[in-house]
Structure formats: structure tokens, C-alpha cells
Design a protein around this ligand. Sequence first.
Ligand code: FAQ
Length: 304
Amino acid sequence: MFEEIVQTGGQIEPSDWMPDKYRASLSRQIAQHAHSEIIGMQPEGAWITRAPSLRRKAILLAKVQDEAGHGLYLYGAAETLGTDRAEMLEGLHSGRHKYAMSFDYGMPTWGDVAAMGWLGDGAAIVNQVPLARCSYGPYARAMVRVCKEESFHQRQGFEAMQALVAGTPQQRQMAQDALDRWWWPALMLFGPPDDASPRTADSMRWGIKRYTNDELRQRFVDMAAAQADVLGLTIPDPALRLREDGHCDFTLMDLEEFTANLRGEGPYATQRRDHRRAAHQDGAWVREAMQAYDDRVVAAREAS
Ligand code: FAQ
């Protein structure tokens, strides 16, 4: 029955029987996805106090808050598979769990915030829209809302890039430099190439992934290349060109760098996990206070 549901494009719900491997692979992917959302808040959050105008600050605040919300929907979806949230957070804090390596790069200028919105969120949408049709109901439903919000994020990033390219020569250069820095991390968001992706075959068979890593990366490059033309910016890949069939030839990210990042050796990897662990410790009193309140409410209810 499981195979039939999955192969006919139906959805599995938490109470349905599912193979252990399906449950384990989904828990892994959803937890990593949730971690990526909350770690992604760090490089952008650092710019909230330095946004160039009140309007940009309000937009960035809303975006970073949305990413926290995405983390919450996703941790909630993973919990329906029987994974404990504290255990997932321990996986993140200890380094046992991965998160998207693109957030292990720095954001030295405001241009990086714009480029991250345009390219990082743009890549996230291309990757996540098919996940809204994935075979696990709670994950698919979480993705519907996430994608709506990511779409706003991508547009605000593109609009911030447009403002920079229409500005002074220095601002235009800032936009180009940020594109140069973020192009390769954006390609990394799609994962390893298909011939080096151990998880893809099972995930496709089970309807978790609807497209392979390379198919989605191609889709993203085709879209981003056209948008870079509108901005009048140059993608830092001399091999990038539009073919007659409407798709682009392009160079893959450096696989040695990708593999080093997978091992947790990205430029800001240590800082990101340290910061996350410290935030969790600093927030302990909030969790304790909420628990104490909860215990009192339950006790009062029982007494009455
Ligand atoms: N970084 O066999 P595959 C966002 C790992 S959210 C780190 O291809 P799979 C929002 C992979 O986990 C961005 N690790 O695996 C935002 C696996 O490790 P494992 C996150 C990576 O699962 C925007 C191993 O390599 N999005 O951006 C990466 O079939 C702006 C083998 O790889 C999602 O998580 C990587 N880039 O395909 C927030 C989407 N790539 O567990 C703030 C959902 C691969 O075997 C600001 N996830 N690995 O030890 C997916 O679609 C898939 O999990 C892939 C990887 C495509 C990421």
C-alpha cells in the first residue's frame, strides 16, 4: 500500500505505516532543512542593526523572523516522524547533523544581504517548490507556506540588487562583488552532482525528491542567468552561455571546496555552531520559565 501511494503521487501521513528507511531519511532531511533555516538567520541577522535605511531594516527583520518560523514548521514536521526536538537540536549543536553549507560563508557588505536574498532564496525556492508535492504530508504542507514566504524574500533581494546597480559606481561594484561571492555558494545549495549523491535514488523512488540535484541546479542557473542580464551584472563563470535549446551551459562549483564544507570546514562553520550553542544556552531560562508556567497550568487544571 505504501509503494502504491508513493508511486501514484499520493501522500503518506504520520499515522500510516512507512518503511524504517523512509522514516529515517525523511527525519534526516527535514531536520537538516530546519537547521539550515535557523542557521541562515545568523549572517543576515547581523545586518539588522546596519541596514542602510529604516525601510530596509523593517524588511530584513521580517525576513529573518520568517526564517525562524520556517525552522519551527520544519521541526514540527520532523516531530511527526517521532523525532524528539531536543535530540535534533543536540544533533545540530554537537556537529552530528549537517545544515546548508552556504551559510558558512561571510557577508561583508550590504550587497551580500541583497545577493543572498536574490540567489540564496532564489535557489531555495527552486529546490523547495517540488518539495511541496513530496510524498510526506506534513513536510509538503509546511513547504507550501515556506515557499510563499521565500518568494517574497527572493523578490526583496532582487529589488535590493536593483537599487544597488542603479546607484553610484561604488554601489554597483558592491553588487557585482557580492554576486561574485554568492554565485558558488548558491550552486552548492543543490547538493553534490547526481553521480556523487548517495541519497537521490531512494529519495526519488519514495517521492521525497521529485527532481535530482542537477536538474534543479540547471533550472536555477537558467533563471538566475536571465535575471543577472536584467541587472546588468556578470555571473563569475566564463563558461556560462545560453544554448539554442534555451538552457545554459555552466561550471559546477569547486567540488574540493564543497567536500571540505561538508566536513564542516567552511570559513564561518565554527562561528555559526558556537553562536547557535551560546544562543541556546542563553535561552535556557526562557524554556525553564515556560515549562514552569506550563506545569502550574496543568497542576491547577488537575486540582480543579
Ligand atoms: N550543505 O545525497 P545527497 C534556505 C549533504 S534552506 C550541507 O544529495 P540529499 C532558506 C546531504 O545532506 C536551505 N550538506 O543528499 C534560507 C547528505 O548528507 P547525509 C536548505 C549538504 O538529501 C535562505 C550528503 O550531503 N534546503 O536556504 C548539502 O538527497 C536564505 C549527500 O547529499 C534544504 O535543506 C549542502 N548544500 O540532497 C534561509 C532543502 N548538499 O545526510 C536563510 C531540503 C548535500 O547523507 C537565508 N533538502 N548535503 O550525511 C534537500 O532538498 C536535500 O536534502 C539536498 C541534498 C538537495 C540539500
